[in-house]
Ligand binder design. Sequence first.
Ligand SMILES: [Zn+2]
Ligand SMILES: [Zn+2]
Length: 133
Amino acid sequence: MSEPKPLTRNQTLVLDTLSAEHAPLSAYDILDRLREEGLKAPLQVYRALETLTERGLAHRLESLNAFVACAGDDCHRSGVIGFAICEKCGSVAEFSDFVLRQRLEGWADRQGFHPHETTIEMRGMCAACSVAA
Ligand SMILES: [Zn+2]
Ligand SMILES: [Zn+2]
């Protein structure tokens, strides 16, 4: 087991930007926030995001085409990551579920399907927004 490489400056900047935010950010949102830090090209952000998502430090929300910092240290090791996206305030809650993972893996096994990645996205209203509604 080799230690993971330390993050580059750009990767750290992108991760810090995502961590400071409670809502998902698109690559262009991130670029806007990092212009003062000298990032100019979308590709710089995309490259950093690619490494961060590969290492499980950030996740991509497919339905929003946006990114969030990982909420937990080992969520990505549990296989199935779920997101509850509030359509009102834009907050995203991340969870992982072991039983869900077992069921999905069971299905994949029976079908002979080899999943590369599984993401579950729930959209609706968070607890705070439901109370306010
Ligand atoms: Zn995560
Ligand atoms: Zn909400």
